[in-house]
Design a protein around this ligand. Structure first.
Ligand code: ATP
Ligand code: ZN
Length: 304
């Protein structure tokens, strides 16, 4: 089925997400955390929004920018690498910009990196002159090479890029890296980062001027609420006022301590929002500095 034939309903928002793959499950989890729920169609390509008029279209990640460009979907969740590549292809072909990144979403992190055979020395980008570089991201790579005035041969491959040097079809590669294990297994070493990628919310450059604009605004506000809470914990404890300076020193990644109203004069209750991970070790340090009844609470949602 070609989803490009379906025209969007004007009173419902339609979001394209990956059907299966690395971004599929975290994208749905994030949208669920925004209070959305759906009924799935039998063909499992479309999910009808039940709690709000926000529907999902489940597609291949490569199709997402095009679906936004065609107006079939209003928004999409896709890797920055894919979005930048397709936007770069349009730019290089002299076509107008139709979609762009609205928000980084904090999952699906990886890097688009240049990797060379491990026995080579790396002297910097000038070394790439006249070399053959295999990649699935020819537009991003070409932009990067152009910016450095380097003339190299970009060998476009749709998959298994990492074996190109072994096969002799390229001298080196430009590919996505997360742990680096694939590079090591293929005797390659990363030398330059072209793009820091993560899943992003992509939207049209020209926003709709009907009810979908307010649905998108609602979604953005909730997304910001959810992503702002990542790694946030509410910390509560009792302490004497004299200990506050030392406790705050031990909490450099937390908001200033808030003193809670209490009938107690000596052991006063405090709370603060922490922005990093609170390990057992940190709790023990806080206890040694005089905090009592330490409690770490998960923060579920917030409206900024
Ligand atoms: P589809 O069937 O939807 O085309 P795909 O095989 O192109 O799937 P995945 O491998 O699921 O896609 O990757 C989707 C996205 O996950 C990538 O575009 C990238 O943004 C992100 N990602 C995170 N880590 C990695 C990694 N190690 N390798 C590849 N992609 C990664
Ligand atoms: Zn894909």
């Amino acid at each position: 089925m070609s989803p490009t034939k379906v025209m969007p309903a004007r009173d419902r928002l339609r979001i394209a997400i990956q059907k299966s793959g690395r971004l599929a499950e975290p994208a749905r989890t994030l949208l669920t955390a925004c209070g959305l729920s759906w009924r799935e169609s039998r063909d499992k390509l479309f999910c009808y929004g039940e709690s709000s008029p926000v529907d999902l279209l489940l597609v291949r990640d490569d199709d997402i920018p095009g679906l936004i460009a065609d107006g079939v979907c209003d928004l999409g969740i896709v890797g920055r690498n894919e979005l930048e590549e397709q936007a770069g292809e349009r730019r290089r072909a002299g076509l107008p910009e139709l979609y762009h990144e609205w928000r980084g979403l904090g999952f699906g992190q990886c890097r688009l990196m240049l990797a060379i055979p491990e026995e080579w020395d790396w002297d910097g980008p000038a070394q790439l002159q006249d070399k053959r570089i295999a990649t699935s991201y020819p537009a991003v790579l070409a932009d990067w090479l152009d910016a450095r005035n380097i003339d190299a041969h970009v060998v476009e491959l749709s998959g298994s890029v990492e074996i190109a040097p072994k096969l002799g079809t390229a001298d080196m590669i430009c590919d996505l890296v997360s742990s680096g294990a694939t590079l090591v297994a293929n005797h390659l070493k990363p030398v330059e980062t072209l793009l820091e990628s993560e899943a992003v919310l992509a939207g049209p450059v020209r926003e709709p001027d009907d009810i979908r604009a307010s649905l998108a605004a609602m979604l953005l506000r909730r997304l910001d609420g959810v992503t702002a809470l990542k790694d946030r914990k509410l910390l509560m404890f009792r302490a004497k006022n004299d200990y506050v300076a030392e406790l705050e020193r031990l909490l450099p990644d937390a908001d200033p301590l808030t003193r809670l109203p209490s009938m107690e004069d000596e052991w006063v209750p405090f709370q603060t929002m922490c922005h990093g991970v609170i390990t057992w070790q940190r709790l023990e340090e806080l206890e040694r500095a005089g905090a009592q009844g330490l409690m770490v609470l998960a923060v579920e949602r917030t409206l900024a």
